[in-house]
Write a protein that binds this ligand. Structure first.
Ligand code: NAD
Length: 255
């Protein structure tokens, strides 16, 4: 098995996925990108050193596509996959009462079913490189604390965190770590895509007014590196997530 470690990142064509891919690439890892946005993946690849990367169009909702993508990546990387990052996700805001069935299904399909399928497809590859291999799931601070105004999104991210804890126990004997990242507000294009939230500027004003912060995306990449190499199952990222965690500790009836 080749010496160079290999990481496959979904949602690698934008935001957090791009930052994680580029950070690991700079540390000498062979990088695989999976996304429905092929142009976005090309842009990410331009920022990777030495052209040591592999791009695969992948819709995380398609279980069969997952197998094709990871098998092809494994061939390209010399037979090893050390880390798979289930990061692709979409926002959905607004009141549950107003969310359409189609919107709800799309959010569940990408944010939750896509992560379940990714975990299934990743398992045999990660088992081969264990011990030390890792499945890293991008959850959210909204997966730890309820998010009034984004309840469907929050429900999917609670699901991702629950899956992470369950699989970490289940796969322990296979030598595979399962980790989650729980970022607060991060400066990525996702903030603009959240319905009812409006443009980045409007979010920024609200976040500042609440004494919170929008965290640079590079901080998530550093947290991903720590999560893959450390022992913590869930990693909070950014002041917003940490402040909320602190506040919730003192909230009566929370636990
Ligand atoms: P982004 O919109 O910048 O990137 C998301 C990427 O996922 C895009 O490239 C998109 O094409 C891809 N994608 C969407 N649907 C897909 C599908 N079906 N198959 C494959 N790829 C698909 O968003 P981001 O901010 O980088 O978010 C990445 C992850 O981080 C998401 O899971 C999001 O929920 C989570 N997150 C983001 C924030 C934030 O404030 N930005 C905070 C907490 C958690």
């Amino acid at each position: 098995m080749g010496a160079r470690k290999a990481i496959f990142v979904t949602g690698g064509g934008s935001g957090i996925g791009r930052a994680i891919a580029q950070h690991f690439g700079k540390q000498g890892w062979f990088v695989g990108l999976g996304d429905i946005d092929e142009h976005g993946m090309e842009v990410t690849a331009d920022g990777l050193p030495g052209g040591h990367h592999y791009i695969h169009r992948l819709d995380v909702r398609d279980r069969a596509e997952w197998d094709v993508a990871l098998n092809a990546f494994s061939m390209a990387s010399g037979g090893r996959i050390d880390v798979v990052v289930n990061n692709a996700g979409i926002p959905i805001g607004g009141s549950l009462i107003e969310n359409s069935p189609e919107e709800i299904e799309r959010c569940l399909d990408i944010n939750l079913k896509g992560v379940l399928f990714g975990a299934q497809a990743a398992h045999p590859h990660l088992k081969k490189t264990a011990p030390g291999s890792c499945l890293l799931n991008t959850a959210s601070a909204a997966g730890i604390f309820g998010s009034p105004g984004a309840s469907v999104y929050s429900a999917t991210k609670f699901g991702v965190r629950g899956l992470t804890e369950s699989l970490d126990g289940e796969w322990h004997e296979d030598g595979i770590k399962v980790r989650s990242l729980c970022p607060g507000f991060i400066e990525t294009p996702l903030l603009d895509k959240t319905p009812n939230h409006g443009a980045n500027e409007a979010i920024r004003d609200r976040v500042n007014a609440a004494g919170l912060e929008i965290t640079p995306v590079e901080d998530v990449a550093l947290a991903a590196w720590e999560a893959v190499h450390g022992d913590k199952v869930h990693t909070l990222v950014g002041k917003t997530a940490r402040k909320l965690a602190f506040a919730v500790r003192w909230m009566p009836g929370r636990l």
